[in-house]
Design a protein around this ligand. Structure first.
Ligand code: PRP
Ligand code: URA
Length: 209
């Protein structure tokens, strides 16, 4: 079974609280999403392998560590996952970016696919799937299905707020992937929204409501 990491760093918790608040305006919400994704990305890349190379400082020659490979792909789930892209790219500027387009049918809450474009060498990359919300888990499971169908083998899922139902569904469907979250919330309401959550992440990020 994959691991679930809850990033309870005070800076992350503070910023997530600001994002939850209903009065937080769109621009601030977007800025906070970028900041939190950087902080979470910093933690989520902790296990990237290093290799020692020879370098020369102004003082002497020495061996020092660099990343062994920079073969990372980040894959936001459209729309709301886009809010996490810039922060991750600040950390790993050489990452390639794929996109998976899914939305939840408002009646059935089932994910509907409308777009998938991934780097052609996705099978060689460490893939970070990004979406702020893991509610029923339907969208995350479908996104990881598509990414695996295209050959990816090393996948992690990073989100801001997760419901227990979503964590369970994703872990059962894809027991090989680790899940990184900033907060585990209480439950889903009758519309499959996370409680207390932050509302509709896409609308809050893009000001569509
Ligand atoms: C939201 C969110 C996730 C999904 C989570 O997207 O960004 O992708 O819901 O819900 P689930 O775990 O129950 O599948 P939404 O469907 O609202 O689409 P949007 O990003 O285009 O607004
Ligand atoms: N999608 C959202 O944007 N928010 C939720 O609470 C659940 C699904």
């Amino acid at each position: 079974m994959g691991k679930v990491y809850v990033f309870d760093h005070p800076l992350i918790q503070h910023k997530v609280t600001k994002m939850r608040e209903v009065e937080t305006p769109v621009k601030e919400f977007r800025d906070l999403a970028r900041e939190v994704s950087m902080l979470m990305g910093f933690e989520a890349t902790r296990d990237l392998p290093l290799k020692a190379i020879e370098i020369e400082t102004p003082i002497c020659k020495t061996k020092a560590n660099v990343l062994e490979g920079e073969d990372i792909a980040i894959v936001p789930i459209l729309r709301a996952g886009l809010g996490f892209v810039d922060g991750m790219l600040e950390l790993v500027p050489t990452a390639k970016v794929g996109h998976v387009g899914l939305y939840r049918d408002p009646e059935t809450h089932e994910p509907v696919e409308y777009y998938c474009k991934l780097p052609t060498d996705i099978e060689k990359r460490k893939v970070f799937v990004l979406d702020p919300m893991l509610a029923t888990g339907g969208s995350a499971v479908a996104a990881v299905d598509f990414i695996k169908q295209r050959g990816a083998k090393d996948i992690r899922f990073m989100c801001l707020i997760a419901a227990p139902e979503g964590i369970e569904t994703l872990s059962k469907a894809h027991p090989d992937i680790d899940i990184y979250i900033a907060a585990k919330d209480d439950h889903l309401n009758d519309h499959a929204y996370i409680v207390p959550g932050l509302g509709d992440a896409g609308d809050r990020l893009f000001g569509t409501k």
